[in-house]
Design a protein around this ligand. Sequence first.
Ligand code: ASP
Ligand code: MG
Length: 437
Amino acid sequence: MKVFKFGGSSLANSTNIKKVKNIIINEINSNGKDLVVVLSAVFGITNLLFKICDNLKNNQSIDSEIKTFREKFLNIIEELLYESFKDTCKIFLEETINTITNLKNESNNLTKREERIIVAQGEIITSFIFHNFLLQEGVENLFVNALDFIKINEEREPDYEYINSVASNIFSSKSLYITQGYICRNHLGEIDNLGRGGSDYTASIIGYVLKAKEIQIWSDVSGIYNNDPRFVENTYPVNYLTFDEAAELAYFGAKVLHPSTVLPAQKSSIPVILKNTFNPFTAGTVITNLVLSEGFKAIAAKDNITIIQIKSYRMLMAYGFLRKIFETFERFKVPVDVITTSEVSVSLTIDDDTHLNEIVEELSTFANIEVIKNNTVIACVGYIPKNKPGYLQKVLTLLEKIPIRMLSYGSSDYNITLVIDTTYKKEALNKLNELFL
Ligand code: ASP
Ligand code: MG
C-alpha cells in the first residue's frame, strides 16, 4: 500500500486536478489498486476560510469571500463534471456554504470550535469533488472521511490507539481510497485540525498506521533543492536525504515539507518521496533512514531572525543563569533556535518577535541585553560526522569575507548553523554553493 498526498497547488483548478487524476491512474496501472490519496484544499481556500473567520470575529461582512469561495468551486465543478455528478457536487457546495454561514448566525463571537469547523470545509469540498470526478471517469474509489479516523489527544498529538483501532476496518481491502488531509477530531470529538500545512502530517500518520510501502508528497516543485533558486543559479533537487537531514532543512526554511511530517514515517522507516505534479516523471527527493553518502547535501536559509545577546551582571557565569534565561522564553512560549555561549554571556535567536519587548524587560532584571534584528540563519546540512576533520573548515573558508554573528556546530552530525546579517545572505548562499562541487 502507498499513500499519495496532493497539495493545494496540485488542485488549484480543473487542469491541475486532471493531472492528479492521471498520476493516480498511472500508479494504479503500474502497481495495482492499493493506494490512499490524501488531499489538501484547493489552492488559496484555507487562507480564504481563515479570512472569513477573521471577518466574522470583527463583525464584518463575509459576502465577498463567500462569493469567491462559491465561484472557485463552481468553476471547477462546471469544467470537470457533467450530469448527475455535477448536480451532486453543486448541492454539496451549497451545503458547505450553509455550514459556514449558519455558524455566522449562531453567535457574534466566533469560538475556536466554530473557527475549526469553518477552516475544515476546504478539504471536505475539495475531496468530495475529486471523488466524484474519479467516479465519473470510471475510476472506482472509496471516499473516506478523515473525521471518522484521524483523532488527536489532549496534547494535540495523534491518538494512535484510536486511529489504529478504526483504520483497519476503514481500510480493510486493497482499493483506491480518497480522503482529506489537515482535518481531524480532537479528544472532545469536535472538528479540529493538525495545523497549517498539516496534510503532509495526515499522509504520514496514515502511512505509519497502515504500514505503507511509501508516502509520496506531490506539490509544484521537484523536491528539496540543494540551495535557494531565488538567490543562486544552477540549483537542483537533491536525490536522497535522510530524515534527520530533511528535518533540519524543513526547520530552517526549506518549505517543501511540514517538519513534523517526517516523524511517524521516520519511526517506521517508510520512505517519503517528494514529487512534482507538473513534472511527474522526474525523480524528486527520496527521504529514508539510510545514510547513502557523506558530505554536504543542501543549504536552507531563514530570514527575520532576531539575536538576543544576554550578558550576566555577575562577571562569572553562575549556575542557574541558563535556567533563568530559558524559563523566560518558556513563559512566553517562544521557541529558541540557535544558541551560543561564552563565559559570561549567551546569544540566542528567535524568529517570533511578538513578545520581544516583554522578554527583554524580564531578562534585563538579571542581565545586560542587546538585540540585533534582520539576521538570516543558514543551515548547511548533510552527513558531516564531527569525528572527521574538514567540514567546518570548508564552510568557514568559503565565508572568509563575511562576518559571522553566531556559529553552531557539533550538536548533531547533520548541520552547521550560521547566523549572519541578512545583507550578506545572497553572497553567503552563492559562496556556500561550492560545498556541492
Ligand atoms: N489546507 C491546509 C493549509 O493550507 C492544509 C495543507 O495544505 O496541508 O494549511
Ligand atoms: Mg498546503
